[in-house]
Design a protein around this ligand. Structure first.
Ligand code: HAM
Length: 380
């Protein structure tokens, strides 16, 4: 995920997991605040909340430093978030969420860049475009339709939340709840709004063809202002969205900044994990270290540590075995660590300056002079 977003020039930021509860009151949405947060009083009697999402935090950070920053601004983060939801498939009370956000661009090029990044992340995980579907809608357009159907204007937020949950409830339950807020049919089918049409056409031109217009896609948060989108697994075994995002052009205003247009998405580790498992795409575990140095009994550690330092300095991650175990047990450990190479150093190697580098996958051994050893390691 990091590699893909950095290819587009996004810069990583971080923030505290603890926030004043106030932060979420204005725009996150009542349900999240009242029912889904870990909120408590701190020792100073302040109301605090473990962040349930990153968007209000990043919006506030940028609003406060607006004058020092230059736009467009491309930022990403992989925070852990806390939501007091019922733990179930695709939902946990703590999850990690990649957040990718672009600030300062009002035109559709921002939507294109953000959706392209989301699609390239899926591609980087090995997904084919038939494996997932990008659903987009215009919140603005949906708002107009809802407002023309509801009995009272106060029902708007209720309607958005209900639509957001539609896929997770029975048709009957939905119809019943809908009838409480509207006398009209919950029919949203209509011509595509102009900006959706244009966006889909432009994405198609970039060979992103798995995008569809979803007229009831709502997104649960109150801060979205226009285009919203979600990515779904096409395998119905995973019914929850993998990504969710959209445009939120008014959120930075509430922190006192002049208007800063913004768009971004969040993508969770739990849902992408389910997706990758279903399709056998879980990436192979890659160890941190490439080389494991074992030592013959009685070898001076100072010398070994000096060699290890030189190897690390050329960029090869190296573990030095510091146990008192036999060489054969040290090598067993090296193979458990899944490293590519091992090196056993004893007085003989130190005296002769000739080292034998073992390829742990093939078992092949290479006798190398110190200089050759470094050349070999550099080429890994
Ligand atoms: P969200 O739709 O609430 O959006 O979350 C985005 C993604 O995070 C979901 O599609 C899902 O993959 C994952 N996710 C959310 N809640 C959970 C949970 N309890 N357990 C596991 N995974 C979860 C947001 O949070 C927006 N702030 C995203 C955004 C960024 N919009 C603009 N910029």
């Amino acid at each position: 995920m990091r590699q893909t977003v950095e290819k587009f020039g996004y810069v990583e930021y971080g923030a505290s997991i603890l926030e004043p509860t106030e932060l979420y009151k204005a725009k996150t949405g009542e349900e999240i605040i009242n029912e889904q947060t870990y909120s408590f009083k701190d020792r100073g009697d302040r109301d605090v909340t473990l962040r349930p999402e990153m968007t209000p935090t990043v919006a506030r950070m940028i609003a406060h430093k607006k004058r020092e920053l230059s736009f467009p601004l491309r930022w990403y983060s992989i925070p852990n978030l806390f939501r007091y939801e019922k733990p179930q498939k695709g939902r946990l009370r703590e999850h990690w969420q990649l957040n990718v956000d672009l600030f300062g661009i009002e035109n559709l090029n921002a939507e294109i860049e953000i959706i392209t990044i989301a699609s390239e992340i899926m591609e980087a995980f090995g997904a084919k475009d038939t494996d997932f579907e990008i659903r987009i809608n215009s919140r603005k357009n949906l708002q107009q339709i809802i407002e023309s159907k509801i009995k009272k204007t106060e029902f708007y937020t209720k309607a958005i939340k209900l639509l957001d949950k539609k896929d997770k409830m029975s048709e009957e339950d939905f119809t019943k709840l809908w009838s409480e807020i509207s006398d009209e049919s919950p029919d949203f089918e209509q011509n595509q709004p102009q900006n959706i049409k244009e966006l889909i056409e432009k994405l198609n031109k970039q060979d992103i063809n798995n995008v569809i217009y979803d007229p009831i896609l709502a997104r649960g948060f109150d801060y979205y202002t226009d285009i919203v989108f979600e990515i779904y697994d096409t395998n119905k075994e995973n019914p929850r969205a993998l990504f969710g995002g959209g445009r939120y052009n008014d959120l930075l205003d509430i922190f006192g900044a002049e208007k800063v247009p913004a768009i971004g998405f969040g993508m969770g580790d739990v849902t992408i994990g389910d997706f990758l498992k279903t399709r056998n795409l879980i990436p192979e575990y890659k160890p941190t270290a490439t080389l494991y140095i074992a030592h013959a009994e009685g070898t001076d550690f100072e010398t070994i540590n000096n060699i290890a330092k030189k190897i690390r300095d050329i960029g090869v991650n190296t573990i030095v075995d510091i146990t008192d175990k036999k060489v054969s047990d040290q090598i067993k450990r090296a193979s458990k660590e899944n490293v590519l190479y091992s090196l056993t150093i004893g007085e003989k190697e130190i005296q002769s300056g000739i080292f034998s580098l073992k390829n742990m996958q093939t078992g092949e051994m290479k006798e190398l002079q110190e200089k050759e050893l470094f050349n070999e390691l550099r080429s890994i």
